[in-house]
Design a protein around this ligand. Structure first.
Ligand code: FAS
Ligand code: PHB
Length: 384
Protein backbone atom coordinates (compact mmCIF):
# COMPACT_ATOMS: atom_id res chain seq x y z
CA UNK A 1 0.00 0.00 0.00
CA UNK A 2 1.10 3.59 -0.49
CA UNK A 3 -0.11 6.91 0.93
CA UNK A 4 1.39 10.37 1.28
CA UNK A 5 1.22 10.51 5.10
CA UNK A 6 1.24 7.44 7.34
CA UNK A 7 -0.34 8.45 10.68
CA UNK A 8 0.12 6.32 13.80
CA UNK A 9 -2.64 6.87 16.38
CA UNK A 10 -6.36 7.73 16.14
CA UNK A 11 -6.45 10.14 19.07
CA UNK A 12 -7.23 13.85 18.61
CA UNK A 13 -3.82 14.54 16.99
CA UNK A 14 -3.88 11.72 14.43
CA UNK A 15 -7.53 12.14 13.50
CA UNK A 16 -7.40 15.92 13.16
CA UNK A 17 -4.21 15.71 11.08
CA UNK A 18 -5.84 13.17 8.76
CA UNK A 19 -8.86 15.45 8.38
CA UNK A 20 -6.85 18.64 7.77
CA UNK A 21 -4.74 16.81 5.17
CA UNK A 22 -7.88 15.52 3.47
CA UNK A 23 -9.17 19.11 3.20
CA UNK A 24 -5.94 19.89 1.35
CA UNK A 25 -6.21 16.88 -0.97
CA UNK A 26 -3.38 15.01 0.78
CA UNK A 27 -3.86 11.29 1.32
CA UNK A 28 -3.23 9.58 4.65
CA UNK A 29 -3.83 6.28 6.41
CA UNK A 30 -4.40 6.18 10.17
CA UNK A 31 -3.18 3.11 12.06
CA UNK A 32 -4.74 2.62 15.51
CA UNK A 33 -4.01 -0.26 17.84
CA UNK A 34 -7.23 -0.05 19.87
CA UNK A 35 -10.80 -0.62 18.71
CA UNK A 36 -13.03 2.20 17.49
CA UNK A 37 -15.30 1.62 20.47
CA UNK A 38 -12.38 1.94 22.92
CA UNK A 39 -11.05 5.09 21.31
CA UNK A 40 -14.48 6.72 21.26
CA UNK A 41 -15.21 5.85 24.90
CA UNK A 42 -11.84 6.78 26.40
CA UNK A 43 -12.50 9.61 28.89
CA UNK A 44 -9.82 12.31 29.04
CA UNK A 45 -9.75 16.04 28.55
CA UNK A 46 -12.74 18.32 28.69
CA UNK A 47 -11.69 21.92 28.07
CA UNK A 48 -11.20 23.34 24.56
CA UNK A 49 -9.30 26.61 24.15
CA UNK A 50 -10.75 29.36 22.01
CA UNK A 51 -8.28 28.52 19.22
CA UNK A 52 -9.10 24.82 19.32
CA UNK A 53 -12.81 25.54 18.85
CA UNK A 54 -12.00 27.86 15.93
CA UNK A 55 -9.81 25.18 14.31
CA UNK A 56 -12.49 22.49 14.58
CA UNK A 57 -15.27 24.78 13.35
CA UNK A 58 -13.20 26.13 10.42
CA UNK A 59 -12.31 22.52 9.49
CA UNK A 60 -16.03 21.72 9.27
CA UNK A 61 -16.12 19.32 12.24
CA UNK A 62 -17.48 21.71 14.88
CA UNK A 63 -21.26 21.52 14.31
CA UNK A 64 -22.06 19.26 17.31
CA UNK A 65 -19.44 21.06 19.39
CA UNK A 66 -21.25 24.36 18.78
CA UNK A 67 -24.60 22.70 19.57
CA UNK A 68 -23.65 20.68 22.63
CA UNK A 69 -20.43 22.28 23.91
CA UNK A 70 -20.73 24.50 27.00
CA UNK A 71 -19.12 27.94 26.52
CA UNK A 72 -17.57 29.13 29.80
CA UNK A 73 -16.53 32.70 30.54
CA UNK A 74 -14.70 32.18 33.80
CA UNK A 75 -13.41 29.73 36.40
CA UNK A 76 -13.41 29.79 40.20
CA UNK A 77 -10.35 29.56 42.43
CA UNK A 78 -11.43 28.28 45.87
CA UNK A 79 -9.12 28.33 48.91
CA UNK A 80 -9.53 28.99 52.63
CA UNK A 81 -13.20 29.78 53.04
CA UNK A 82 -13.29 31.93 49.90
CA UNK A 83 -14.08 31.46 46.24
CA UNK A 84 -12.92 33.93 43.59
CA UNK A 85 -14.02 34.08 39.97
CA UNK A 86 -11.46 34.69 37.25
CA UNK A 87 -13.75 36.47 34.80
CA UNK A 88 -12.47 35.80 31.28
CA UNK A 89 -15.29 37.91 29.84
CA UNK A 90 -14.18 41.00 31.78
CA UNK A 91 -10.41 40.47 31.54
CA UNK A 92 -10.32 39.30 27.90
CA UNK A 93 -13.57 40.35 26.19
CA UNK A 94 -14.61 37.88 23.51
CA UNK A 95 -12.29 35.07 24.58
CA UNK A 96 -13.67 31.99 26.33
CA UNK A 97 -13.29 28.24 26.65
CA UNK A 98 -15.73 25.49 25.70
CA UNK A 99 -16.35 22.42 27.84
CA UNK A 100 -16.74 19.46 25.46
CA UNK A 101 -15.33 15.99 26.19
CA UNK A 102 -12.29 14.85 24.25
CA UNK A 103 -14.15 11.65 23.40
CA UNK A 104 -16.80 13.78 21.67
CA UNK A 105 -14.10 15.47 19.57
CA UNK A 106 -12.75 12.03 18.66
CA UNK A 107 -16.24 10.79 17.68
CA UNK A 108 -16.81 13.87 15.49
CA UNK A 109 -13.44 13.42 13.76
CA UNK A 110 -13.89 9.70 13.14
CA UNK A 111 -17.37 10.30 11.72
CA UNK A 112 -16.05 13.03 9.41
CA UNK A 113 -13.13 10.91 8.19
CA UNK A 114 -15.25 7.85 7.51
CA UNK A 115 -17.95 9.93 5.79
CA UNK A 116 -15.23 11.29 3.48
CA UNK A 117 -13.94 7.77 2.76
CA UNK A 118 -10.95 8.21 5.09
CA UNK A 119 -8.77 5.15 5.73
CA UNK A 120 -8.60 4.44 9.49
CA UNK A 121 -7.38 0.96 10.44
CA UNK A 122 -8.47 0.03 14.01
CA UNK A 123 -7.02 -2.83 16.06
CA UNK A 124 -3.83 -3.04 14.01
CA UNK A 125 -0.94 -4.92 15.60
CA UNK A 126 2.81 -4.50 15.76
CA UNK A 127 3.15 -1.13 14.06
CA UNK A 128 6.81 -0.51 13.27
CA UNK A 129 8.57 2.39 11.54
CA UNK A 130 11.29 1.89 8.93
CA UNK A 131 13.75 3.92 6.82
CA UNK A 132 12.90 7.22 8.49
CA UNK A 133 15.83 8.99 6.82
CA UNK A 134 14.70 8.70 3.19
CA UNK A 135 11.88 6.48 1.91
CA UNK A 136 9.90 5.69 5.06
CA UNK A 137 7.43 2.87 5.43
CA UNK A 138 5.34 1.32 8.16
CA UNK A 139 4.70 -2.36 8.81
CA UNK A 140 1.79 -3.71 10.83
CA UNK A 141 0.10 -7.07 11.13
CA UNK A 142 2.07 -8.50 8.21
CA UNK A 143 1.30 -5.54 5.93
CA UNK A 144 3.45 -2.71 4.59
CA UNK A 145 2.49 0.94 4.02
CA UNK A 146 4.90 3.05 1.97
CA UNK A 147 4.59 6.78 2.60
CA UNK A 148 6.38 10.06 1.96
CA UNK A 149 6.05 11.15 5.59
CA UNK A 150 5.16 9.50 8.92
CA UNK A 151 3.25 11.40 11.63
CA UNK A 152 3.80 9.93 15.11
CA UNK A 153 0.50 10.71 16.86
CA UNK A 154 0.59 7.64 19.09
CA UNK A 155 0.66 9.28 22.50
CA UNK A 156 3.15 9.04 25.35
CA UNK A 157 3.40 5.25 25.27
CA UNK A 158 3.52 4.94 21.48
CA UNK A 159 6.20 3.45 19.19
CA UNK A 160 7.13 6.58 17.22
CA UNK A 161 9.39 8.36 19.69
CA UNK A 162 11.32 5.16 20.51
CA UNK A 163 11.86 4.60 16.76
CA UNK A 164 14.25 7.57 16.65
CA UNK A 165 17.90 6.44 16.98
CA UNK A 166 19.50 6.94 20.40
CA UNK A 167 21.28 10.23 20.91
CA UNK A 168 19.08 12.23 18.53
CA UNK A 169 16.35 13.33 20.93
CA UNK A 170 16.72 15.25 24.15
CA UNK A 171 13.93 14.70 26.66
CA UNK A 172 13.01 17.02 29.55
CA UNK A 173 10.92 15.57 32.34
CA UNK A 174 9.39 16.55 35.66
CA UNK A 175 7.43 14.08 37.78
CA UNK A 176 5.02 15.44 40.42
CA UNK A 177 4.61 13.72 43.80
CA UNK A 178 0.90 13.06 43.24
CA UNK A 179 -1.66 11.89 40.66
CA UNK A 180 -5.27 12.77 39.80
CA UNK A 181 -8.19 10.46 40.47
CA UNK A 182 -10.79 11.43 37.85
CA UNK A 183 -14.47 10.45 37.92
CA UNK A 184 -17.55 10.97 35.79
CA UNK A 185 -20.86 11.08 37.70
CA UNK A 186 -24.42 11.14 36.42
CA UNK A 187 -25.30 14.21 38.46
CA UNK A 188 -25.92 17.83 37.40
CA UNK A 189 -22.94 20.11 38.04
CA UNK A 190 -23.07 21.81 41.44
CA UNK A 191 -21.90 25.11 39.96
CA UNK A 192 -22.07 26.82 36.57
CA UNK A 193 -18.32 26.89 36.08
CA UNK A 194 -15.16 24.94 36.87
CA UNK A 195 -13.94 25.18 40.48
CA UNK A 196 -10.22 24.69 41.19
CA UNK A 197 -9.94 24.13 44.97
CA UNK A 198 -6.75 24.32 47.03
CA UNK A 199 -7.05 22.80 50.52
CA UNK A 200 -4.62 21.40 53.09
CA UNK A 201 -6.15 17.98 52.29
CA UNK A 202 -5.18 18.33 48.66
CA UNK A 203 -6.46 19.71 45.37
CA UNK A 204 -9.92 19.08 43.92
CA UNK A 205 -11.51 20.12 40.62
CA UNK A 206 -15.22 20.43 39.85
CA UNK A 207 -15.85 20.23 36.11
CA UNK A 208 -18.59 18.88 33.91
CA UNK A 209 -19.49 17.30 30.55
CA UNK A 210 -23.15 18.30 30.17
CA UNK A 211 -26.10 19.60 32.28
CA UNK A 212 -26.53 15.97 33.45
CA UNK A 213 -22.92 14.80 33.87
CA UNK A 214 -20.26 16.14 36.25
CA UNK A 215 -16.50 15.54 36.04
CA UNK A 216 -14.34 15.65 39.20
CA UNK A 217 -10.68 15.19 40.04
CA UNK A 218 -8.96 14.62 43.38
CA UNK A 219 -5.25 14.95 44.08
CA UNK A 220 -4.15 11.53 45.33
CA UNK A 221 -0.77 9.86 46.10
CA UNK A 222 1.18 8.96 42.94
CA UNK A 223 0.76 5.18 43.29
CA UNK A 224 -2.98 5.32 43.89
CA UNK A 225 -5.23 2.63 42.42
CA UNK A 226 -8.83 3.52 41.62
CA UNK A 227 -9.78 0.42 43.61
CA UNK A 228 -8.56 2.25 46.76
CA UNK A 229 -11.40 4.72 46.27
CA UNK A 230 -14.94 3.35 46.63
CA UNK A 231 -17.67 5.83 45.70
CA UNK A 232 -18.47 6.77 49.30
CA UNK A 233 -14.85 7.72 49.94
CA UNK A 234 -14.73 9.79 46.75
CA UNK A 235 -17.85 11.79 47.60
CA UNK A 236 -16.71 12.31 51.21
CA UNK A 237 -13.34 13.66 50.05
CA UNK A 238 -14.85 15.84 47.32
CA UNK A 239 -17.21 17.33 49.89
CA UNK A 240 -14.37 17.92 52.32
CA UNK A 241 -12.38 19.77 49.65
CA UNK A 242 -15.18 21.65 47.85
CA UNK A 243 -17.83 22.43 50.49
CA UNK A 244 -15.57 25.03 52.09
CA UNK A 245 -17.60 28.14 51.37
CA UNK A 246 -21.03 29.12 52.75
CA UNK A 247 -23.96 28.08 50.61
CA UNK A 248 -22.18 25.55 48.40
CA UNK A 249 -23.47 21.96 48.52
CA UNK A 250 -22.03 19.24 46.31
CA UNK A 251 -24.66 17.13 44.54
CA UNK A 252 -23.77 13.43 44.48
CA UNK A 253 -24.92 10.64 42.21
CA UNK A 254 -23.90 7.50 40.28
CA UNK A 255 -20.19 7.36 39.43
CA UNK A 256 -19.84 5.63 36.06
CA UNK A 257 -16.18 6.18 35.19
CA UNK A 258 -13.11 6.23 37.40
CA UNK A 259 -9.42 6.51 36.51
CA UNK A 260 -6.04 7.65 37.83
CA UNK A 261 -3.81 9.94 35.74
CA UNK A 262 -0.15 10.36 36.65
CA UNK A 263 1.10 13.95 36.81
CA UNK A 264 4.16 14.67 34.73
CA UNK A 265 5.71 17.27 32.50
CA UNK A 266 7.62 15.92 29.50
CA UNK A 267 9.04 17.40 26.30
CA UNK A 268 10.96 15.78 23.45
CA UNK A 269 13.29 17.96 21.41
CA UNK A 270 13.32 18.10 18.48
CA UNK A 271 9.79 16.84 17.63
CA UNK A 272 11.04 15.38 14.34
CA UNK A 273 13.64 13.09 12.77
CA UNK A 274 14.10 12.49 9.05
CA UNK A 275 10.61 11.99 7.60
CA UNK A 276 9.04 11.35 11.05
CA UNK A 277 7.13 14.19 12.76
CA UNK A 278 5.85 13.78 16.35
CA UNK A 279 2.64 15.55 17.39
CA UNK A 280 0.61 15.71 20.62
CA UNK A 281 1.36 13.43 23.55
CA UNK A 282 3.92 11.51 21.47
CA UNK A 283 6.09 14.62 21.82
CA UNK A 284 5.01 16.20 25.12
CA UNK A 285 2.92 15.72 28.24
CA UNK A 286 1.62 18.39 30.62
CA UNK A 287 0.00 17.99 34.04
CA UNK A 288 -3.76 18.42 33.30
CA UNK A 289 -4.16 21.31 35.79
CA UNK A 290 -3.95 23.86 33.00
CA UNK A 291 -6.24 21.91 30.62
CA UNK A 292 -3.55 22.11 27.91
CA UNK A 293 -2.91 18.52 26.72
CA UNK A 294 -5.56 18.20 24.07
CA UNK A 295 -5.16 21.84 22.99
CA UNK A 296 -1.41 21.43 22.46
CA UNK A 297 -2.06 18.38 20.28
CA UNK A 298 -4.40 20.48 18.11
CA UNK A 299 -1.84 23.29 17.92
CA UNK A 300 0.94 20.90 16.77
CA UNK A 301 -1.32 19.46 14.10
CA UNK A 302 -2.26 22.91 12.78
CA UNK A 303 1.43 23.62 12.21
CA UNK A 304 2.17 20.17 10.75
CA UNK A 305 -0.77 20.26 8.32
CA UNK A 306 0.37 23.65 6.94
CA UNK A 307 3.95 22.39 6.59
CA UNK A 308 2.86 19.21 4.80
CA UNK A 309 0.59 21.23 2.51
CA UNK A 310 3.55 23.40 1.44
CA UNK A 311 5.74 20.32 1.00
CA UNK A 312 3.32 18.41 -1.21
CA UNK A 313 2.19 21.51 -3.11
CA UNK A 314 5.60 23.06 -3.84
CA UNK A 315 8.24 20.51 -2.81
CA UNK A 316 9.60 23.02 -0.32
CA UNK A 317 10.53 21.40 3.01
CA UNK A 318 11.22 24.76 4.70
CA UNK A 319 8.11 24.66 6.94
CA UNK A 320 8.67 20.97 7.70
CA UNK A 321 12.28 21.72 8.67
CA UNK A 322 10.95 24.43 11.01
CA UNK A 323 8.12 22.31 12.47
CA UNK A 324 9.71 21.66 15.88
CA UNK A 325 10.84 25.24 16.33
CA UNK A 326 7.36 26.51 15.45
CA UNK A 327 5.70 24.15 17.98
CA UNK A 328 8.14 24.19 20.88
CA UNK A 329 7.60 27.82 21.85
CA UNK A 330 3.91 27.09 22.53
CA UNK A 331 4.75 23.70 24.07
CA UNK A 332 7.07 25.28 26.64
CA UNK A 333 4.60 28.10 27.35
CA UNK A 334 1.98 25.42 28.11
CA UNK A 335 4.51 23.45 30.19
CA UNK A 336 5.22 26.52 32.29
CA UNK A 337 1.56 27.47 32.71
CA UNK A 338 0.61 23.88 33.65
CA UNK A 339 3.49 23.76 36.16
CA UNK A 340 2.42 27.17 37.54
CA UNK A 341 -1.23 26.12 37.99
CA UNK A 342 -0.14 22.79 39.51
CA UNK A 343 2.24 24.33 42.05
CA UNK A 344 -0.27 27.08 42.87
CA UNK A 345 -3.09 24.67 43.74
CA UNK A 346 -1.71 21.32 44.90
CA UNK A 347 -0.58 20.34 48.36
CA UNK A 348 3.05 19.34 48.37
CA UNK A 349 5.07 18.51 51.44
CA UNK A 350 2.38 18.64 54.13
CA UNK A 351 4.68 19.98 56.85
CA UNK A 352 6.08 22.75 54.64
CA UNK A 353 4.26 25.57 56.44
CA UNK A 354 6.35 28.21 54.70
CA UNK A 355 5.48 26.75 51.28
CA UNK A 356 1.80 26.69 52.17
CA UNK A 357 1.84 30.34 53.18
CA UNK A 358 3.56 31.22 49.91
CA UNK A 359 0.77 29.43 48.00
CA UNK A 360 -1.99 31.29 49.83
CA UNK A 361 -0.22 34.61 49.33
CA UNK A 362 0.13 33.82 45.63
CA UNK A 363 -3.59 32.96 45.39
CA UNK A 364 -4.44 36.20 47.25
CA UNK A 365 -2.43 38.11 44.66
CA UNK A 366 -3.87 36.30 41.62
CA UNK A 367 -7.44 36.89 42.83
CA UNK A 368 -6.87 40.53 43.84
CA UNK A 369 -4.71 41.86 41.00
CA UNK A 370 -6.27 42.40 37.58
CA UNK A 371 -2.84 42.05 35.99
CA UNK A 372 -2.20 38.71 37.71
CA UNK A 373 -5.70 37.41 36.94
CA UNK A 374 -5.27 38.43 33.30
CA UNK A 375 -2.05 36.43 33.14
CA UNK A 376 -3.92 33.34 34.30
CA UNK A 377 -6.88 34.03 31.98
CA UNK A 378 -4.88 34.58 28.79
CA UNK A 379 -2.92 31.37 29.27
CA UNK A 380 -6.02 29.40 30.23
CA UNK A 381 -8.23 30.43 27.29
CA UNK A 382 -5.25 29.93 24.99
CA UNK A 383 -2.69 32.30 23.53
CA UNK A 384 -3.08 33.29 19.87
P1 FAS B 1 -3.65 10.16 22.55
O1 FAS B 1 -2.91 9.41 23.61
O2 FAS B 1 -5.01 10.70 22.84
O3 FAS B 1 -3.83 9.21 21.25
C1 FAS B 1 -2.80 8.34 20.86
C2 FAS B 1 -3.45 7.19 20.11
O4 FAS B 1 -2.41 6.35 19.58
C3 FAS B 1 -4.31 6.32 21.03
O5 FAS B 1 -5.57 6.10 20.45
C4 FAS B 1 -3.52 5.02 21.13
O6 FAS B 1 -4.35 3.88 21.26
C5 FAS B 1 -2.76 5.00 19.82
N1 FAS B 1 -1.53 4.21 19.87
C6 FAS B 1 -0.62 4.18 20.87
N2 FAS B 1 0.38 3.32 20.56
C7 FAS B 1 0.09 2.82 19.33
C8 FAS B 1 0.72 1.89 18.47
N3 FAS B 1 1.86 1.28 18.84
N4 FAS B 1 0.13 1.60 17.28
C9 FAS B 1 -1.02 2.20 16.92
N5 FAS B 1 -1.69 3.09 17.69
C10 FAS B 1 -1.12 3.39 18.88
N6 FAS B 1 -5.62 16.60 28.98
C11 FAS B 1 -6.36 17.65 29.42
O7 FAS B 1 -6.24 18.73 28.84
N7 FAS B 1 -7.24 17.50 30.48
C12 FAS B 1 -7.41 16.29 31.11
O8 FAS B 1 -8.17 16.18 32.06
C13 FAS B 1 -6.68 15.18 30.68
N8 FAS B 1 -6.85 13.96 31.26
C14 FAS B 1 -6.12 12.90 30.80
C15 FAS B 1 -6.30 11.61 31.37
C16 FAS B 1 -5.54 10.54 30.93
C17 FAS B 1 -5.74 9.16 31.55
C18 FAS B 1 -4.56 10.72 29.92
C19 FAS B 1 -3.69 9.57 29.47
C20 FAS B 1 -4.40 11.97 29.34
C21 FAS B 1 -5.19 13.07 29.77
N9 FAS B 1 -5.06 14.34 29.19
C22 FAS B 1 -5.78 15.39 29.61
C23 FAS B 1 -4.18 14.56 28.09
C24 FAS B 1 -4.87 14.07 26.86
O9 FAS B 1 -6.08 14.76 26.66
C25 FAS B 1 -3.90 14.21 25.73
O10 FAS B 1 -3.27 15.48 25.74
C26 FAS B 1 -4.54 13.99 24.39
O11 FAS B 1 -5.16 12.74 24.43
C27 FAS B 1 -3.44 14.06 23.33
O12 FAS B 1 -3.93 13.54 22.16
P2 FAS B 1 -2.99 12.63 21.21
O13 FAS B 1 -1.68 13.29 21.07
O14 FAS B 1 -3.82 12.33 20.02
O15 FAS B 1 -2.68 11.30 22.06
C1 PHB C 1 -11.95 18.18 32.52
O1 PHB C 1 -13.13 18.63 32.54
O2 PHB C 1 -11.67 17.01 32.18
C2 PHB C 1 -10.82 19.09 32.93
C3 PHB C 1 -11.07 20.45 33.13
C4 PHB C 1 -10.02 21.28 33.50
C5 PHB C 1 -8.75 20.75 33.70
C6 PHB C 1 -8.51 19.39 33.51
C7 PHB C 1 -9.55 18.56 33.13
O3 PHB C 1 -7.74 21.57 34.09
Amino acid sequence: MRTQVGIIGAGPAGLLLSHLLHLRGISSVVLEKRSRDHVERRVRAGVLEHGTVDTLVQAGVGARLLREGLPHHGIELRYGAESHRIAFDQLLPGRSITVYGQQEVVKDLIAARLAAGGDIRFEVTDVALHALEDRPYLTFGGERLDCDVIAGCDGFHGVSRPAVPDGVLTTYERAYPFAWLGILARVPPSAEELIYARTDRGFALHSMRSPEVSRFYLQVPPDTSADDWPDERIWAELKARLETVPGFTLATGEIFDKGVTPMRGFVTEPMQYGRLYLAGDAAHIVPPTGAKGLNLAVADVRVLAEALDAFFATGSADLLDGYSRACLKRVWRAQHFSWWMTTLLHTFDTDDDYGRRLQVSHLDYVTASEAAATTLAENYVGLP
